[in-house]
Each structure stands twice: as C-alpha cells, then as structure tokens.
Design a binder for this molecule. Sequence first.
Ligand code: GUN
Length: 306
Amino acid sequence: MENKSNTNSPLGVGGELIDGKAIADQVKAEIAEEVKLMVAAGKRAPHLAVIIVGHDGGSETYVAHKVKSCEQVGFTSTKITFEDDVTEAELLTKIDELNKDNGLDGFIVQLPLPKHISEQKVIEAIDYRKDVDGFHPVNVGRMSIGLPCYVSATPSGIIELLKRYNIPTAGKNCVVIGRSNIVGKPVASLMMQKGYPGDATVTVCHSRTKNLKEICLQADIIIAALGMPEFLTADMVKNGAAVIDVGTTRVPSDKTKSGFRLSGDVKFDEVAPKCSFITPVPGGVGPMTIVSLLKNTLLAAKGEIY
Ligand code: GUN
C-alpha cells in the first residue's frame, strides 16, 4: 500500500498506517472475481451456513455482517436460527445434517453459546473439512505443523495484512502479547512457520511474564492481543517496530451516539510516531476477520482442504 501519512498523521516520518478496510475490500474483490469465474465455468457458487443460537445483540450483528459479506462476493448463505432453549442434542443433530449436506461447503456456529451447551462438543462435532472457522482441533493441529487447513479468522487476517504491506518477518523478533486459543497461540505458531510471513523468532508473553517491557523493547513486530485497553505504551516500543493491535474492548465514550467506542490494546497516539507500521482500532485487524471466513469458504468450495 501507498504511504498515506500526511501532516495531520500521528505517524512518524516513513511510518505507515495499515488500512484494514482497504485491504479487506481488495481481498473481497478478488474473491468475487474468482466466484464469477467458477459460476461461468458451470460450478455452483460457494455456500456458507451460519448457525446462531438466541438473540445476543453482538452475535446478531456479527452474523448479519457475515451474511451481507457473502452476498457482496457472490456466495450463497443460509442463516439457521435456534432459540436459546435449544438442547445440545438438537444442535448436534443439525450439525450432523450440515456435515452431510453436499450442497454446503462450510458452516460455523456463532459463539458464545448458552451455558447449557458445550462449545467444545459443538466445535468437535463439525466435520473439520467444513469447519471454516478453523476451531476444530484437527485444523488447529494441522496449522501448527504447516499442513493445509482452515486458519481461524483473526490470525489469518493478521498474516494477510503483514503480507499485503510487505512487512519483513524473516529473522525478526516478534512478540505476541496474549496466549488465547483463538489469537495468541495460533498467530505465534504462524509467525514461526517456515516461509513468508513467518520465519520470525517468536516470544509469547502473558499475565505471568516477567520483564514484559524489556521483552517488548526487543521486538521488531508486536502483536498485542490481550484485551486490555491501551496496555501497550510508547516506552515499551522500539523505534521502527511494526505494531498490530488486536484489541477491541468496548469502553464508555461521551463522543458517540451509542455511549461506547472500541479501544485497542495499544495507546495509539503515543505509540504510532515510533512505528514503521501500525494498525488502527477500529479499521485495522477487525475488517479482515470476515474476509478470512470468506477465504476459508472459497477454499472449502474448491475442495482444497480434505
Ligand atoms: N464469536 C466471535 N467471533 C467469532 C468467530 O470468529 N466465529 C464464531 N463462530 N463465533 C464468534
């Protein structure tokens, strides 16, 4: 991407703001083009199903975005809604049905689920070949040993941004802050994988890490994924580092209609002037996550994961 920094930019000279929305639009256009070619060749369009249980506002918004994104790239989508008193057995029966449905390439069960349903049981009931969320242990295991698999949305989005901005990773010190199963662990695994983006020397830090500041100061790339608003401050970042902010915490705000705004894990205004690259929140990693789901569904439709 072009350097979009200007005189109003919080970035230092040569620093580049990573535009996740622009990259997401670019990848969506590429997917749409591929779908057009598939359909022109007589194949059916990729088909994603989304199961949603109950009426959690956040989940309904996410699912609406996923369905809309499918439309934008020419996929077929099916939304399956259950009330929040659905039994685990009923949900597992539906999953079994979707696993066997040849007209469906992939599906996801939107999380979180009501307490009486085991999320792990649900995830493991999905055929890993249709698990476009990349949460099934087979996909997680395959990813960690570098086999073809579905990579989960946020790690995949981060890797795509590094690639599209040609951010050097080989031999670089990459510090991941946070060790969650859905971001910290998989992104650390991808960054140490052979190839590009990868070949990094990775350190994973968490709530029990000692000397966190000293470790961060050695980093060429910092991936902040701990879920603590404005945790990473300028004194923890060396000049020229690339900083990827995965945080999306809703914090009270008197400047928005909703009374909330999204806060990242990075104190952006003071960290940005030191960075070679930095993602904003919102507009950085966030827009890439749905694109990753679309990419996985396209892979599924092409039969590339088996
Ligand atoms: N809830 C929040 N993010 C996700 C996601 O990526 N997949 C699913 N299935 N549920 C979510």
